[in-house]
Design a protein around this ligand. Structure first.
Ligand code: NCD
Ligand code: ZN
Length: 345
């Protein structure tokens, strides 16, 4: 049997939801990842340190007994036009908040309370720069006149590049990059700028959304892009460049919200996250680069210790279940009913 053992990875971008949904999805992540950056786009969004502390307690409470000490949630704040600089100081002092998430208002699921104009946040961003609290960015403009496939590139030009110039000391994670343009921007930017890459953007291009009909389970934001962009992401992820690291953006929605005349954006990948990344890295002939991408680069960027335990993946053909339970509703995972060649043991 062929197997690979790597340092236990972390997920630097994860949606866990809340309540019974949280209980349903959390074990999938905790069985493979030691830590995860928890996205704050709940309803209502996690806009204060107190809310983040309460959410953290609910996550720890939802962990199954066997995984109690095996998983640590790394909390984030949801940036609004009104986030006070004093809240940033409190966040830093808490020791459990590791970033502040910028959602341009209306860009994606539960982003209505997001930022309407980045200039409204300059005082808060100054506080983040001073307190060394990273900014995590959903990098898409919301301008309806901009083509949905171009929204990331336009965001770089209009928002991100000027922001990085204005706040050179601010550490920024460009989340779930999907284009060659984003890879190039991050590669050429200062060492304070890094990016997460999802498994689905490494494995699929935009044809997957229309394969024989419309495929709601392949719809996420930022939307899948052309093959040339997928190739650029794969090259970045497998390059060994420490600016690129694993962030699944696993985003569960119940079956009825996905298979809908106006389906929600989000792909659930937590059920087999590290196996999906291993599949993509193997296809690129770069399995030897998986460990640094999954287990070192993110920890180093966030200035957290690397994990010391390990996981093992075995080369084994297995079929992904057709659905999981999501608080009484079906949750359709990526590659439902399809086979994968790597299995976490
Ligand atoms: C995410 C969600 O469902 O919360 N959806 C998605 O398509 N990725 C939000 C996000 O990260 O954009
Ligand atoms: Zn996300």
């Amino acid at each position: 049997m062929i197997s690979i053992t790597i340092t236990r990875p972390d997920d630097w971008h994860l949606h866990l939801r809340d309540g019974e949904s949280l209980r349903a999805v959390l074990p999938h992540t905790a069985k493979q990842f030691a830590r995860a950056i928890i996205m704050p786009n709940l309803r209502p969004p996690v806009t204060t340190v107190d809310m983040a502390l309460a959410y953290r307690a609910r996550i720890l409470d939802a962990l199954p007994a066997a995984l109690q000490s095996a998983f640590e949630p790394l909390m984030t704040l949801y940036l609004t036009d009104n986030t006070a600089p004093a809240e940033i100081v409190r966040a830093k002092e808490s020791g459990v908040l590791h970033g502040v998430k910028l959602y341009p208002a209306g860009a994606t699921t539960n982003s209505d309370a997001g930022v309407t104009d980045i200039a409204k946040c300059y005082a808060t961003l100054t506080a983040m720069e001073r307190n060394d609290l990273p900014l995590l960015v959903h990098g898409e403009v919301t301008d309806p006149d901009v083509d949905v496939f171009d929204r990331e590139k336009v965001f770089i030009d209009r928002i991100l590049a000027p922001l990085a110039r204005r706040f050179p000391g601010l550490r920024i994670v460009f989340e779930h990059v999907t284009t060659r343009d984003a890879v190039q921007f991050v590669t050429e930017a200062s060492r304070n700028i890094a990016a997460t890459i999802t498994a689905h953007h490494l494995l699929l291009n935009r044809n997957a959304i229309f394969q024989g009909g419309i495929r709601p389970h392949h719809y996420c934001l930022p939307v899948l892009k052309r093959e040339m962009h997928r190739q650029a992401l794969l090259a970045a992820a497998t390059s060994g460049n420490p600016k690129f690291f694993l962030g699944t953006d696993s985003a569960p929605h119940g079956q009825a919200s996905k298979e809908n005349a106006c389906g929600c954006a989000g792909i659930f990948t937590a059920h087999a996250a590290i196996e999906l990344y291993a599949t993509a890295f193997e296809q690129a002939g770069a399995l030897d680069k998986l460990e640094a991408f999954a287990s070192f680069h993110g920890a180093d960027f966030y200035r957290l210790p690397r994990n010391t335990s390990s996981i093992t993946l075995q080369k084994e053909n297995w079929i992904i279940p057709e659905q999981f339970d999501f608080a009484g509703e079906p949750l359709i995972p990526l590659y439902a009913n399809e086979s994968l060649n790597w299995k976490l043991i």
